[in-house]
Design a protein around this ligand. Sequence first.
Ligand code: BES
Ligand code: ZN
Ligand code: ZN
Length: 499
Amino acid sequence: MEWKVTQKPLTQLAVDGIVVLHTEGGEADGEDVKEVDEVLDFRISRLIADGETTGKYGEITLLHTWDKIPAKRVFVLGLGKAEELDVDRLRQGFAIVARKAEERGLKHLGIALPASFAAEKNAADLVQAAVEGVELGAYRYRGYKGDSREASLTSIFLSLSDLSRSGVEAGLERGKVFARATNLARTWVNEPANRLTPAALADQAAEVAKRNGLKVDILDEQRIEEMRMGGLLAVSQGSAQPPRMIVLSYFGAPESQEVLGLVGKGITFDSGGLQAKPAKSMNGMKDDMAGAAAVIAAMEGIGTLKPHSNVIAVVPACENSVDGKSYRPGDVIQSFSGKTIEIEHTDAEGRLILADALAYARRLGATRLVDVATLTGAIVVALGREVTGLMTNEASWGEEVKTAARLAGERVWELPMVPEYEEWLRSSVADLKNHGGISEAGAIQGAAFLKQFVEETPWVHLDIAGTAYFNKTKGIHSEGGTGVGVRTLIQLAIRFAGR
Ligand code: BES
Ligand code: ZN
Ligand code: ZN
């Protein structure tokens, strides 16, 4: 999809469709609407007067222009009440229109931003949200169907008469990068586990590195053994797929000591291991690498935008499978950190591979950590499908990640890491066990375990088990992987500059 900024008004664009914005209860009096309305003999005004078009948030009215202007169609997009309008709604609205246009097979689309809204907002933020909306809404996972057709939308004309030029360029660049990285993560999550194996995920990471000039180091099984990454080895030993430890690094601020360490859970399929999941719960477990996808895709975005900061990504990738070689409950393993772990539950595998990865990220120089993981079913119970769980060992670093999430338009909510729950992880035969054996506060238990491997390093854990996958197409979401976390992580790396 190609973006072109133009000074021409929507009424002069020779495209398949133009989008005009309409707020609830408003008349067709916004600058752009007015112009289009006039050349269409006030048909939009009539639709509004007759109650056909209300401006309700997400409403789309499609009109043909009958050659009155070069554009063939007009999409009147409802943005809801003017006082409730924000960049998130703008992103969602443009996503809905882009999907409609894509479904209809349109090639060229013209959009504009609401002039009144632009007056009070930062131009770059507005443009970024609009661009993200279009790119996210037009996304479709192509899969392996014989009759899958190519994407239709090829060019988007952004008609801007009076927004500051530099703001527009910055917003356009960021919007494209944020959204395309998100879509990259979505596709990896949507790939079935027989195709996206740990080795295949590592290949994807290597391609990200190549495209963006990042340093890459992919540890194969032999090196993982030499490094004594006992968590990753234990979980992967029951699978025919060998594990990988994927490391990508970007050093945009070589004079700085600060290194942001991103860690993502890369279980390409989670059967639960010997303590297998019931049939139904196992469905969908190809998405258990969504944290890995978010981290690797964020590196694509960071590598493109090149902020003045240092970032390393550490992604443990393997499959949790059932076999005669599988690790068992009761086994005691030694993690990369040296700590020994008693296996209480083979389905609490994510924390075992993350323990190695967090410790390894510290070894590689990370001074601040964020991990992203589809870690617990408990977070889905607690926060549902719209909100990611956030837990931290340092409040101010937690606030920094919350700010990045807010700016990125992703919702997070903090759960408290009370020290009492760490006691549940005591083992009589090892330094700790991977689960307390009780079902209470499952999400916090997971975080409490990970905390033992970050020592004093400020760290934030994002549990995306509920938000990684959306089961319907709605707004910016397309059924399947959401790409959650990508935009927050890129935003965080940008904000990390100058530390
Ligand atoms: N991958 C799952 C968590 C998950 C659940 C992700 C639902 C997406 C949707 C994780 O490895 C897991 O199985 N967690 C267990 C831990 C328990 C056995 C201690 C869980 O949450 O049930
Ligand atoms: Zn599991
Ligand atoms: Zn899992």
